[in-house]
Ligand binder design. Structure first.
Ligand code: GLN
Length: 227
């Protein structure tokens, strides 16, 4: 594959927390590996292309989250693309959308069931602040910023994306997110890929189907975020 097609889903709905920057980080990191990328924004009104290599969902408030779910339920494009091996990174509201169910605006909604997780309404206190974690399966430290009320419970066939050392993550202060194959869910904003460029490279590697060695970008003091 000479080019990676990045599909940024419903940015007008799922752009509240800055997660749209994940697309730009992927495009930026791809240049270090001589990989060409395109970023395609797909709005609520448009059908989702089936031929993307990396799909991105971001965080949102409840009403926007429900609208995004409605649009994603119009066809099987995302599920089919995932079955064919496409990568999906879903953050916060996006993570909840791709689980089995979640609560928004006081009601429970069925999600896309791409990950075996269930999100429940949280208590009065929102989960807000810095998160630090380590992903054993990806062999990566991860950090980000969280801001959510929902809690997420992992089902029997779900694997946590990371183990949390500080912050709330899925709401239990133990785990954050979930992963299944090339489908990644997390509560981390930042955007997460700006703060964790190794994770961006891992997603690019999954999309092209071969390992990529990490190339440090000396122009950006990433260590600042890990201080
Ligand atoms: N509305 C969801 C919650 O509060 C998601 C919030 C978000 O995406 N930051 O749990």
């Amino acid at each position: 594959m000479s080019q990676i097609k990045i599909i940024r889903i419903h940015n007008e709905l799922l752009g509240t927390y800055g997660d749209q920057g994940n697309a730009e980080v992927l495009a930026y990191r791809a240049k270090f590996h001589d990989i060409a990328t395109t970023i395609t924004d797909i709005s609520y009104e448009q059908p989702l292309p089936r031929d993307g290599n990396i799909y991105l969902l971001g965080g949102a408030e409840d009403a926007a989250q429900l609208l995004s779910l409605e649009a994603l339920n119009r066809d099987r494009a995302l599920k089919d693309a995932i079955t064919d091996g496409a990568v999906l990174l879903a953050v916060c509201a996006g993570f909840q959308i791709i689980g089995n169910s979640f609560w928004a605006n006081g009601r429970q909604a069925d999600g896309l069931a791409l990950l075996d997780v269930e999100s429940l309404p949280g208590g009065k206190t929102r989960f807000v602040g810095e998160v630090r974690a380590h992903s054993n399966s990806l062999n990566l430290d991860l950090n980000g910023f969280e801001n959510h009320s929902g809690k997420t419970i992992l089902g029997p066939s779900a694997q946590a994306l990371s183990t949390v050392s500080s912050g709330f993550g899925n709401g239990d202060s133990k785990t954050d997110g979930a992963v299944l194959g090339n489908v990644f869910g997390t509560y981390m904003h930042g955007p997460i890929l700006a703060r964790n460029p190794q994770f961006a490279d891992l997603l690019l590697a999954r999309a092209i189907g071969r390992p990529l060695s990490f190339v440090e970008d000396k122009s950006i003091p990433y260590k600042f975020f890990n201080a």
